[in-house]
Ligand binder design. Structure first.
Ligand code: MN
Length: 288
């Protein structure tokens, strides 16, 4: 199943994607506007969601929004592909000897049809194609063998990074958290549709030009290891997002950063394409 958030006639709702259509799920008792709430209650709602076939809208007639806009956590692992760790090391970022986790603040989330801003205060904005895992069950201290049981689904993520801000402190947080720098989508594909999340090809293009091309099989720490390690420390909740690392080919390695008008497209096997336009910030944003 492919779950989405969409806006039609000025109202944002949760839907499922079937072919070229979006089925509106908002009429199902217990379905609110919150994807986090839906994932929490999914075992109870699954039959009704599976059976739903109306109302239906053409995909081209709706605006797709970030599939989740209210997670409690948006965590990301750094340097989790060997070739990328090597290119980052050449740019002065030490290769970690254990899983390196950082936060993207949840306020950076944006959707598949949103523009991503190039902040006036950065001239080194970069892309990172990543597989994102969405947690489906409240969990703590999960064994590797059981780790995929807590996964609700998968989606595409671009871990947009302001390299100049990232380099200013060892925590990465500021360089990874500018508003709009967490595009996710275009929808969540539920875990039952992905036979092996460690065997998905992924690629990224800038204005159609190939920049990253890899497979999730090249991760240093697999998703199971990531979930086991994280839940040694913290409880994960339905809706939490884990960005699982980017392969080689980022702009940091070549000094080629994103410019006004660039279009960055990330495609992962079975999960769709997340394409965002990058636009220069005109003046410092005033949060709404
Ligand atoms: Mn990343």
């Amino acid at each position: 199943m492919k779950l989405c958030r969409f806006t039609q006639a000025g109202v944002t709702r949760i839907g499922k994607i079937v072919g070229d259509a979006v089925i509106d799920l908002s009429g199902i008792p217990g379905v609110t506007g919150s994807m986090r709430a839906l994932l929490t209650a999914l075992p109870d709602l699954l039959d009704a969601i599976t059976a739903a076939d109306a109302p239906s809208f053409a995909l081209t007639a709706v605006r797709l929004e970030a599939p989740i806009n209210d997670p409690q956590k948006f965590l990301a692992i750094g340097m989790n592909y060997a070739a990328h760790a090597a290119e980052a090391a050449a740019s002065g970022i030490p290769v970690p000897t254990s899983q390196l986790w950082f936060n993207k603040q949840v306020s950076c989330i944006s959707g598949p049809e949103d523009a991503v801003e190039l902040p006036l205060v950065s001239d080194k904005v970069d892309y990172e194609a990543e597989l994102a895992v969405i947690i489906g069950k409240r969990c703590h201290d999960v064994a590797e063998a059981d780790a995929l049981d807590v996964v609700a689904g998968y989606m595409v993520c671009n871990d947009v990074s302001a390299r100049d801000w990232q380099a200013r402190s060892p925590t990465f947080t500021l360089g990874k958290s500018f508003d709009t720098h967490g595009p996710i989508g275009p929808w969540i594909t539920t875990a039952d549709e992905i036979a092996d999340p460690q065997a998905l090809t992924m690629n990224l293009t800038v204005n159609g030009e190939p920049r990253q091309n890899s497979s999730t099989g090249d991760m240093i720490y697999a998703i199971r290891q990531q979930i086991a390690y994280l839940t040694t420390v913290m409880t994960l909740e339905p809706g939490d997002i884990l960005a699982t690392g980017t392969p080689a080919g980022v702009g940091l390695a070549t000094g080629c950063f994103l410019k006004d008008g660039d279009r960055v497209a990330v495609t992962i096997d079975g999960l769709g394409t997340l394409e965002n336009r990058f636009v220069a910030e005109k003046r410092r944003r005033i949060p709404e």
